[in-house]
Ligand binder design. Structure first.
Ligand SMILES: Nc1ncnc2c1ncn2[C@@H]1O[C@H](COP(=O)(O)OP(=O)(O)OP(=O)(O)O)[C@@H](O)[C@H]1O
Ligand SMILES: O=C(O)C1=C[C@@H](O)[C@@H](O)[C@H](O)C1
Ligand SMILES: [Mg+2]
Length: 174
């Protein structure tokens, strides 16, 4: 298996944390669309949104997805990557898509402990638990639709990597 692996899920799902460990386990390269945008634009997510709105950020994110995607690479995406049908189709067509799934309360707790406000400006203006409930309500179907594999993201990162390796060893429905 050499095609890229795309990690999807909401903020705090562990796409960056688990994606990086998975890449190491597979001997793959690791890239992150949020880090790529930060490095190439020299702007944080908050600064891009301030200048160009979320629409501008989403446009840049689609470019970042296509630029970072490569064989033998794990790509950690941003939480909103699934909002564009174009991105969902690209990931499904060119790689294996893994959805790290956790309830809103788990995501909110992780984000409260590590807010990184420059990279995670508010999406709704609501308190964090309400925000994550709304985000999952709006996006759960999109994450499910985009994913080849859905993994319980509430386990510790090492167990999640093991679960992904097991799932990758079985035939994936396409
Ligand atoms: N499985 C896990 N168990 C416990 N804590 C975790 C787990 N995965 C990630 N975390 C913690 O949650 C926080 C968010 O993780 P991470 O940055 O990997 O999420 P993300 O999905 O990449 O979010 P974003 O969409 O904002 O990029 C970090 O502080 C990380 O250490
Ligand atoms: O869930 C989202 O819409 C986002 C998640 C982050 O990874 C960043 O891509 C950005 O803060 C937007
Ligand atoms: Mg991340």
């Amino acid at each position: 298996m050499t095609q890229p692996i795309f990690m999807i899920g909401a903020r705090g799902a562990g796409k960056t944390t688990v994606g990086s460990a998975l890449a190491q386990a597979l001997g793959f390269k690791f890239v992150d669309t949020d880090s790529y945008l930060l490095q190439t634009s020299k702007l944080s997510v908050a600064e891009i949104v301030e200048r160009e709105g979320w629409e501008g950020f989403r446009r840049r994110e689609t470019q970042a997805l296509e630029s970072t995607s490569a064989p033998q690479t794990v790509v950690a995406t941003g939480g909103g990557i699934v909002l564009a049908a174009e991105n969902r189709a690209f990931m499904r067509r060119t790689g294996t898509v893994i959805y790290l799934r956790s309830p809103a309360a788990t995501l909110a707790q992780r984000l409260e402990e590590s807010p990184l406000e420059d990279q995670r400006p508010t999406l709704t203006g609501k308190p964090i638990t309400e925000e994550m409930l709304q985000v999952l309500n709006e996006r759960e179907n999109l994450y499910q639709e985009a994913a080849h594999i859905v993994i319980d993201g509430t386990q510790d990162p090492a167990s999640i990597v093991d679960a992904i390796l097991d799932a990758l060893a079985a035939p994936v429905a396409r």
